[in-house]
Design a protein around this ligand. Structure first.
Ligand code: MEV
Length: 366
């Protein structure tokens, strides 16, 4: 089951069209004249939240080590319109089939307004390490907040916390706040057991996990404005539930304590990668990404498909690694030649997605 299915949604990915890409021209004569005010019109809200790409520190961050993630251009859009009946994607909304959405509506916001027509469009590959469930949670939370109160300011930290609690539930209590915080805040986010020097503190999060209590400091980092590089994500086509991958690493660490060294090495690479990123030293960022991939291989979260994509893009990239939980899902390359990298990904059977580093966070579109 992938992320969207786990949330009770159809997983058909609509990755082909960017959200800001115009729809094809079509006859609009059957639509109401937009200049004629419709006094019966009900409220409608559209919210968007970006996906995320972890540059350094996945898995290690669950144990309190640092991770560095950036928001990406693609994400999830939620449209809510007041209606006469509850529907989702055109069919009746049954709350038990959509526990995550029901939780946000009822438990978090205590929604008591008109029934809602809910539409969800995802530009992210599902269960692929790009934070699709975090983006859905943030976009849904933002849209519900705004439809309840048209003057409400988005509380980004509250949205990130709601999403983190939902992720923890889906990942048997082992979830860092990385995905939800990056999707909520946008830009470049550093999550660590304690604040990393040179970062700006935003909020703290804590959680009781099966391996003990965890605390994280969630911080922002300003990226140099003139970074001349792109991220190209490559989807293996294989969905990989984060919960299973995180549980697999927990088992490995329990059975083989020498693997703790890999986690310590990932933490050092993350620190070096962050310093390089802050200084705009792209070559050093790429070297750190390559080193991080090797360590992730050593804890068993890469796969032949991920390794093949990483190998294929290396000649055209500054660095490349798997991103997110691994086991399938996506790899990411940092490159100054995104088109060439995208082609290399396609040649070996992957699906590419090009993004800037550090898109804006969750927002209301209309
Ligand atoms: C998933 O995107 C990243 C992991 O580190 C899990 C987590 O941080 O919750 C594998």
């Amino acid at each position: 089951m992938n992320h969207l299915q786990a949330l009770g949604l159809n997983s058909t990915s609509k990755c082909g069209r960017a959200f800001n890409q115009p729809l094809a021209d079509y006859n609009t004569s059957h639509l109401p004249n937009p200049h004629f005010p419709d006094i019966l019109a009900k409220d409608m809200v559209r919210a968007f939240a970006p996906g995320k790409c972890i540059l350094f520190g996945e898995h290690a961050v669950v144990y309190g080590h640092p991770a560095v993630a950036v928001a990406i251009d693609a994400g999830v859009e939620v449209e809510l319109s007041e209606s006469d009946s509850w529907t989702i994607e055109g069919i009746p909304f049954e709350s038990e089939k959509h526990p995550h959405i029901s939780h946000i509506l009822n438990d978090v916001f205590d929604y008591g307004g008109d029934p809602l027509k809910i539409k969800i469009e995802s530009g992210l590959f599902s269960a692929a390490g790009l934070g699709s469930s975090a983006a859905l949670s943030n976009a849904m939370g933002a849209a519900v907040l705004r439809i309840m109160d048209s003057n409400a300011e988005l509380d980004l930290v509250k949205l990130a916390r709601i999403g983190h609690a939902a992720e923890a539930k889906a990942q048997s209590g082992r979830a860092s706040p990385t995905d939800t915080a990056t999707s909520a805040l946008g830009g470049c986010v550093v999550v660590a057991g304690e604040q990393v020097t040179g970062t700006k503190h935003v909020f703290d999060a804590s959680m009781v996990t099966p391996e003990g209590d965890r605390k994280w400091s969630i911080c922002e980092v300003e990226l140099p404005a003139d970074l001349d590089a792109w991220l190209v994500l490559g989807f293996t086509g294989i969905s990989s539930p984060t919960g299973e991958m995180v549980a697999g690493v927990a088992k490995l660490l329990e059975e083989d304590s020498s693997k703790d060294q890999e986690m310590d090495a990932i933490a050092m690479i993350t620190q070096a990668g962050l310093t390089a990123l802050g200084a705009g030293n792209l070559e050093a960022v790429g070297i750190a990404m390559n080193a991080c991939h090797e360590r992730l291989q050593n804890i068993g979260v890469s796969s032949p498909e991920l390794d093949s994509l990483v190998e294929a893009v290396r000649p055209h990239s500054l660095g490349a690694k798997l991103t997110g939980a691994g086991g399938g899902g996506c790899m990411v390359a940092l490159t100054q030649n995104p088109q060439r990298v995208a082609e290399a990904i396609e040649v070996v059977g992957g699906t590419p997605l090009i993004s800037r580093l550090g898109a804006d966070g969750v927002r209301i579109l209309s």
